[in-house]
Design a protein around this ligand. Structure first.
Ligand code: ADP
Ligand code: MG
Length: 288
């Protein structure tokens, strides 16, 4: 029967590490036209390495890194993890008097009466800190203390090997459009898009702008075609919820992301999207 066939498909998918939250989503996976990926932690490893510490003015590199580490000490963003790893030392969190993580921007903290800002160009602009934009390719964390710009830390991430495979497989399946959205800089986004041969890339996006872009992409496809969004869950819940099929990846994503997703992938392999679509197609053959 139809329901049994689909249940079989859902079970088969879960044995392959793809948890589909309902047979309607398995059916929808048959008509995927657009696949939209988040960048950090989804197509890239999300394991950043500090590659440069550039100071401007009266501060040494280890002090700049220390400011950044204090700022990032409560964040679970991949950027924060890389900075804390580079710092190596323990942070005395008792010294932190206030803490604010500004989604898509960075962090603002007060430590022993000093205000530390650590984040991107948007954060510096929002806080009216003046500085000269760097030409460097890489993800950049700018640091300002007590309203003075002190320099920046360059961190870099790598494309997952499985992402290369995943994009090729999806193209072979005839997916019409493969897109990447990122809150990271344009230069970083374009580099990744080129490496993976993606159709479109949109960078410098705030979380709500990712939702707006998704809506535009949704309007561009045919009425029958489905739009998939794939993210690792950090700041992704609204976009996951808005897509026809929201896919959370990594299994260990936030509860909010797993809740908002229609499909959960247990590993961090983007090629599982292909596996899910293949199982959906096979299930359809059995059912009809
Ligand atoms: P992505 O789209 O790459 O997953 P996010 O929306 O998580 O990115 O973040 C977008 C940008 O906001 C990052 O590239 C970074 O510049 C800045 N940012 C976010 N969180 C932090 C943080 N904890 N520390 C510094 N910068 C951050
Ligand atoms: Mg993210």
């Amino acid at each position: 029967s139809i329901p049994l066939g689909f249940f079989g498909g859902v079970g088969g998918a879960s044995r392959s590490g793809v948890l589909v939250k309902g047979s309607n989503y398995l059916e929808a996976l048959n008509n995927v036209e657009t696949v939209v990926f988040d960048k950090t932690g989804t197509l890239t490893k999300g394991v950043f390495k500090v590659t440069e510490i550039k100071t401007i003015g009266e501060v040494d590199q280890s002090t700049l890194l220390e400011y950044a580490a204090f700022a990032e000490s409560y964040s679970n963003h991949p950027i924060a993890i890389s900075i804390l790893k580079a710092y190596e030392k323990e942070i005395n969190r008792d010294l932190i008097e206030s803490y604010e993580e500004i989604s898509g921007h960075g962090i603002k903290v007060e430590v022993k009466g000093k205000e530390i800002l650590a984040g991107n160009t948007k954060l510096m602009q929002k806080e009216q800190i003046t500085f000269n934009e760097s030409e460097e390719v890489g993800t950049i964390v700018h640091i300002a203390v007590n309203r003075s710009y002190l320099g920046y830390i360059v961190i870099s991430d790598e494309v997952k090997e499985d992402s290369v495979r995943a994009i090729k497989l999806l193209k072979n399946l005839g997916i019409k459009k493969i897109v990447m959205l990122t809150g990271d800089r344009k230069s970083v986004g374009e580099k990744v898009a080129k490496q993976l041969d993606l159709d479109e890339v949109y960078a410098d996006l705030l979380p709500h702008e990712k939702v707006e872009r998704l809506e535009l992409l949704d309007n561009e496809k045919t009425a029958k075609g489905k739009l998939v969004f794939v993210g690792d869950g950090i700041n992704d819940a609204p976009v996951l919820a808005r897509a026809d099929i929201g896919i959370a990846m990594g299994g260990l994503g936030s509860d909010a992301a797993i809740e908002a997703a229609d499909v959960v992938i247990m590993t961090d392999e983007p090629s599982k999207i292909y596996t899910g679509i293949k199982i959906a197609k096979r299930t359809k053959k059995i059912v009809w």
